[in-house]
Ligand binder design. Sequence first.
Ligand SMILES: Nc1ncnc2c1ncn2[C@@H]1O[C@H](COP(=O)(O)OP(=O)(O)OP(=O)(O)O)[C@@H](O)[C@H]1O
Length: 364
Amino acid sequence: MSIRLQQISKHFGNTRALEPVNLDIHEGELVGLLGPSGSGKTTLLRIIAGLESADTHPRSGKILFGDRDVTHVHVRDRRIGFVFQHYALFRHMSVYENVAFGLKVMPRNRRPSTGEIRTRVFRLLEMVKLEDFANRFPAQLSGGQQQRVSLARALAVKPDVLLLDEPFGALDAKVRQDLRRWLRRLHDELNFTSVFVTHDQEEALELSDRVVVMSNGKIEQIDTPETLYRHPANRFVFEFLGDVNHLEGKVQNGILTCGDARLDVDLPDGHEELLLRPHELRLIETPTAHAHLPVTVTATVPVGAEVRVELEADWLANPWLATIRHADFERLGLTRGQRLYVEPRRWHRFAQQSPSFSPSPSTA
Ligand SMILES: Nc1ncnc2c1ncn2[C@@H]1O[C@H](COP(=O)(O)OP(=O)(O)OP(=O)(O)O)[C@@H](O)[C@H]1O
């Protein structure tokens, strides 16, 4: 089922939660709504669900599910499954009863037989690997297991659309990771259309076919994770999608200067701010002819396959972060207090007036 939003806006009193937005979600797509707190993600999801109504003035928007105009259709008639952050499982019902609930309360003419309900519930419990837990109660399950029951329950009624609001928000990192895989697998296997809300960049990039990046009630960009990362539409998207180091200074005759730091840049004279990703910084023991960026190591933290290195310097307003391979970490014998130089492999800049993205070639 495709979803189309046309000119949907929302005010709560004087607060504008959503500017008029247009959004096309294709049938079978898994779309993430990503943005900082208060950017309007939940409001947008609730409007798709029919739990919240969009503004009707000054200009009324439209919501289409496939060809069906559902703008004024009640939530219960939209054929939607929900999964929320706080597992709203019925605590007095077993896992089996929780998953079967939506089927048992269907109108008589649509309700499957008891046998069919049983088959469908066990099929879903198998898919989320909880078939041995059918008789347990929610309190006897871990957070991740409860969320898998929530997923199975939402899918039991064969929704056209599955909506998830920070579904894994309350869980620890490892469980979140597992549940993402569950969701992706179920999505691909059962082929429904899903929209989920998250403020976690990694979750959005890993799980989504396309990501909708939002800020201040506006859609900043809608793209595949790959395109978002490589071609951010503006500075907000670039900064929101990952850690960024800033280098601000004056360019004269192709050299950017900031205190005793210097970097060759192919830019016209004037004030510039360059943005650098942590993995695009190389740490070296002596400056090069093109880059003289002296720094001091203030902390080193091994994280997975990389080491995060915090760097400070008099010429820096805020510390920098570099991520390097363990092999480089060992080769350089990095310790706190060590003095080094940075050589950017690449930098980025966004023109002040226009929101265009100007990736630079390597400056090395
Ligand atoms: N029921 C409400 N009454 C008044 N203002 C609201 C209501 N719901 C949301 N808002 C406001 O609308 C804006 C968008 O809120 P929304 O919950 O959609 O953001 P969000 O991106 O989902 O944030 P979070 O990640 O913190 O949940 C915020 O400024 C919020 O304060």
